[in-house]
Design a protein around this ligand. Structure first.
Ligand code: HEM
Ligand code: HEM
Length: 270
C-alpha cells in the first residue's frame, strides 16, 4: 500500500477539491442567489447547477476512479462493477433531475429551450451518458455477453467514459459563465463583484477536480491488478509480502512492466 502513496495523495486532493466545489455551489445558490425551492422560479433553477455539480461531476468522478482504490482490490470484480455502475446510475438520476429543474423553470418563465451551446453540449453529454450506462450494463454485467465482446468493447468504454466526463466539465464551465453574465446586473460580471470572483473560483475547482480524476484514471500502473493476479496473490501463503513486490513492479515509471495491465484490457476483464 505504501507504494500507492502518490496515488492516495492525488486521490485525496481530487476528493477534497470535488467536495469543496460542491460546498461552493451550495453557498452560491444559498448565499449569493435566491436559495432552493420547486416553485417554477429562480429557486427552482438553482437545483440545476447544484445537482449537475454534485451528481454529474463529483459522483461521476468518484465512479470513474473507484476500481483503482487499492482497498477495494479484495472485493470481487462483480461487486466492483455493481459499485461503479451504481454510482454512475446515481449520477445519472441527479443529472436528469437537474435538467427537469431547468426545463421546468424555462417553461414556466416562457424562456426558449435549447438555444445555447451550453444546452446543446449538455444534452448531448446526458444522451451519451445514458448510452454508456445501457451498453456498460449489457456488455459487462449480462452473463450472456461473450468474453471477446467485452475485451473488444473495453477500450471504447474507457475512452467514451473519459470523453463524457470531460465534456460535462466543459458544459459546467459554460453554464457558470452564462449564469454570471445573465444574473449579475448591477454591478455587472465585468465589474468583478464578490459573487463573480467566488464563482470563478468554483470553475477553477471543477477544472482541477477534472484534471486530477483524468490523471489518476489514466495511469496504467495504478490500474486494478488482473483477476488472475489477485487470485494468485490471495491463495499464496506469503500474501502480504508478495503483494508488495508485484505492486511495486507495476508502479515502475517504465511503460513496459505495465504491459500486463494493458494486456488485461484486451483480455476480457469480466
Ligand atoms: C440550461 C445542461 C450545468 C447553467 C441548460 C440546458 C441544458 C443544460 C440541457 C437547457 C435547458 C433548456 O433549454 O430549457 C447542463 C448539464 C450540466 C449543466 C448537462 C452539467 C454539468 C450547469 C451549471 C450551470 C448551468 C453548473 C451554472 C449555473 C445553465 C443556465 C441555463 C442552463 C444559466 C439556461 C440558459 C441556457 O439554456 O443555456 N443546461 N447544464 N448549467 N444551464 Fe446548464
Ligand atoms: C472502466 C467510465 C458505466 C463497467 C471504466 C473506466 C471509465 C469508465 C473511465 C476506466 C477506469 C479505469 O481505467 O480505472 C464509465 C462511465 C459510465 C460507466 C462514465 C457511465 C456512464 C459502466 C457500467 C458498467 C461498467 C454501467 C457495467 C458494469 C466497467 C468495467 C470497467 C470500467 C468492467 C473496467 C475496470 C477495470 O479496468 O478493471 N468505466 N463507466 N461501466 N467500466 Fe465503466
Amino acid at each position: 500500500m505504501e507504494n500507492h502513496k502518490p496515488f492516495l495523495v492525488l486521490l485525496f486532493f481530487a476528493f477534497a477539491l470535488g467536495f469543496i466545489a460542491v460546498v461552493f455551489v451550495l453557498r452560491w445558490v444559498l448565499h449569493f442567489r435566491e436559495g432552493l425551492a420547486w416553485d417554477g422560479g429562480a429557486k427552482e433553477f438553482n437545483w440545476h447547477p447544484l445537482l449537475a455539480v454534485t451528481g454529474f461531476i463529483f459522483l461521476q468522478g468518484i465512479a470513474i476512479v473507484v476500481y483503482r482504490l487499492p482497498w477495494t482490490w479484495k472485493c470481487s470484480k462483480l461487486m466492483m462493477k455493481f459499485i461503479h455502475a451504481g454510482l454512475n446510475v446515481l449520477a445519472f438520476i441527479l443529472a436528469v433531475i437537474s435538467l427537469v429543474a431547468v426545463f421546468d423553470f424555462h417553461n414556466v418563465q416562457n424562456i426558449p429551450n435549447m438555444y445555447s451551446l451550453h444546452s446543446w453540449v449538455g444534452l448531448a453529454a446526458v444522451i451519451l451518458f445514458t448510452l454508456q450506462i445501457v451498453l456498460g450494463v449489457c456488455i459487462f454485467l449480462l452473463p450472456v455477453t461473450p468474453g471477446y465482446v467485452r475485451a473488444a468493447f473495453m477500450p471504447i468504454h474507457i475512452f467514451s467514459g473519459l470523453f463524457i466526463f470531460t465534456t460535462v466539465i466543459a458544459t459546467a464551465l459554460m453554464g457558470i459563465t452564462e449564469k454570471l453574465i445573465f444574473g449579475l446586473k448591477d454591478p455587472k460580471y465585468r465589474d468583478s463583484p464578490p459573487e463573480a470572483t467566488f464563482v470563478n473560483v468554483l470553475g477553477l475547482l471543477i477544472t482541477m477536480f477534472g484534471a486530477l480524476v483524468l490523471w489518476v484514471s489514466t495511469r496504467p500502473y495504478w490500474k486494478r491488478p488482473s483477476e488472475q493476479l489477485l487470485q494468485a496473490l490471495h491463495t499464496s501463503d506469503s500474501a502480504a509480502g508478495s503483494t508488495k513486490t508485484v505492486i511495486t513492479n507495476s508502479e515502475s515509471p517504465d511503460p513496459e512492466p505495465n504491459s500486463e495491465a494493458r494486456r488485461r484490457n484486451g483480455k476480457a476483464e469480466e
